[in-house]
Design a protein around this ligand. Structure first.
Ligand code: XLS
Ligand code: NI
Ligand code: NI
Length: 439
């Protein structure tokens, strides 16, 4: 039985279409820079917001109407929900999805029962993947909702909680492997602290390093070849999240000898909360060879928390795609909509409008980014701006051929540095607008 009987598979109708249940920009087979849109974007839908989000907030209960869901935490309900989820993935032409263990399957009365529940639901996930061809972008563990994780999981002060979390990761890795997951994500959850009066930060960080090494070792043991990803976020739920931004994550990975095993999953709203732009986080990760995947959403600049809204701003998506193309694409990662419909958008059809809007915004963003790159104006400007490094003293510095003494002698001989040239920021911002206009 269909959960969305009035909705057919969403089709591309082109930019002039007025149909909110059609794509205006996302044309999966259209070629951009020699690759299909589908392969560039690798869209993924998240199970947690889309199928477990209720619209509840601290001021009131959920509002979402989900006729297929009996509201219980039973395994039967969970298995039935999987069929509905795959109907939505297919109708949206999304090639991937992502989950936490606890979104798809209910917590049991003890660890063994939780595992049993997870197995029972994974059976249907596998069946539906095979039937539909929709694949698993990544799996992850929810190591933050249950009260046992009040002090964190891998960074808990309670060693038993670390052991419990490790057991859950082991199970989730096995199931992610079984389902052919292409990545495995660690988002910090409650890995962080509220107050240093009660916290041994160094010990917590060391334990987090140990925890991730255990995951790497076990993945090797079971033959899981997916990419491990860390998802930076600076605050919420804790005041100081350890994985605060891309640079902090890279430092952590290097300090604990994990850099060969992990890349980053960059989320737009997390970048904003860190006081960065999405472009900054992507360029930083890409520059370190660690751009793995993105959680596509947007925040609200007037609010200071993770609002997880669907992205519809062409500047944002164009800038995001520009950085992704610059760094050679997402590899095994994808554009994962870690986004939720607003509490007021409570009908099932809103799930479609939301994803279509996000997918279209990214498809157009991809085309704008490709136009920017084809025209080469920004690229040329940057290479000219740094031209002093291509020859003469600049080339000698970059080749490591000179030190402070040679540089002082060079400047004493020359007397003064060459004059600067304008950064032309305003001109370039206006140039960028031209591509937004043209596509
Ligand atoms: C929370 C994170 C979370 C991760 C998966 O802010 O974005 O949803 O993506 O645990
Ligand atoms: Ni996320
Ligand atoms: Ni988030």
């Amino acid at each position: 039985m269909s959960a969305f009987p009035d909705i057919d598979t969403i089709q591309y109708e082109g930019p002039d279409s007025d149909n909110p249940l059609a794509f205006r920009w996302y044309n999966p087979d259209e070629i951009v820079e020699g690759k299909t849109m589908k392969d560039h974007l690798r869209f993924s839908i998240v199970y947690w917001h889309t199928f477990r989000g209720t619209g509840s907030d601290p001021f009131g209960p959920g509002t979402a109407v989900r006729p297929w869901d009996d509201g219980s935490d039973s395994v039967d309900n969970a298995r039935n929900r999987v069929r509905v989820a795959f109907e939505l993935f297919e109708k949206l032409q999304a090639p991937y999805y992502a989950f936490h263990d606890r979104d798809v399957s209910p917590e049991g009365s003890d660890l063994a029962e939780s595992h049993k529940n997870f197995d029972a639901v994974a059976e249907v996930l596998k069946e539906e993947q095979q039937r539909s061809g929709v694949k698993l972008l990544w799996g992850t563990c929810n190591l933050f909702s249950h009260p046992r994780y009040m002090h964190g999981a891998a960074t808990s002060c309670n060693a038993d909680v670390f052991a419990y979390a490790a057991s859950e990761v082991k199970k989730c890795l096995e199931i992610t492997n079984e389902l052919g997951g292409e990545n495995y994500v660690f988002w910090g959850g409650r890995e962080g602290y509220q107050n240093l009066y009660n916290t041994d930060m160094k010990r917590e960080l060391d334990n987090l390093g140990r925890f991730l090494h255990m995951a790497v070792d076990y993945a090797k043991k079971i033959g899981f070849e997916g990419q491990f990803l860390i998802e930076p976020k600076p605050k919420e739920p804790t005041k100081h999240q350890y994985d605060s931004d891309a640079a902090a994550c890279m430092n952590f990975l290097r300090a604990y000898d994990l850099e060969d095993h992990f890349k980053l999953n960059i989320e737009t709203n997390h970048a904003t909360l860190a006081g960065h732009t999405m472009m900054h986080e992507l360029d930083y990760a890409g520059g370190q060879g660690a751009l793995g995947s993105i959680d596509a959403n947007t925040g609200d600049l007037l609010l200071g928390w993770d609002t997880d809204q669907f992205p519809t701003d062409y500047y944002l998506t164009a800038q995001t795609m520009l950085m992704i193309l610059k760094h050679g694409g997402l590899g095994s990662g994808g554009v994962n909509f870690d986004a939720k419909v607003r509490r007021e958008s409570f009908e099932p059809v809103d799930l479609f409008y939301a994803h279509i809007g996000g997918m279209d915004a990214f498809a157009k963003g991809l085309k704008i980014a490709a136009a920017v790159r084809a025209d080469k104006k920004l690229e040329q400007f940057v290479s000219e701006r740094y031209a002093s490094w291509d020859s003469g003293i600049g080339a000698k510095i970059e080749a490591g051929k000179v030190g402070l003494e040679e540089l002082q002698q060079y400047m004493l001989d020359k007397g003064n540095s060459d004059p600067n040239t304008s950064g032309r920021q305003e001109m370039l911002e206006a140039v960028f607008n031209r591509y937004i206009d043209r596509v």
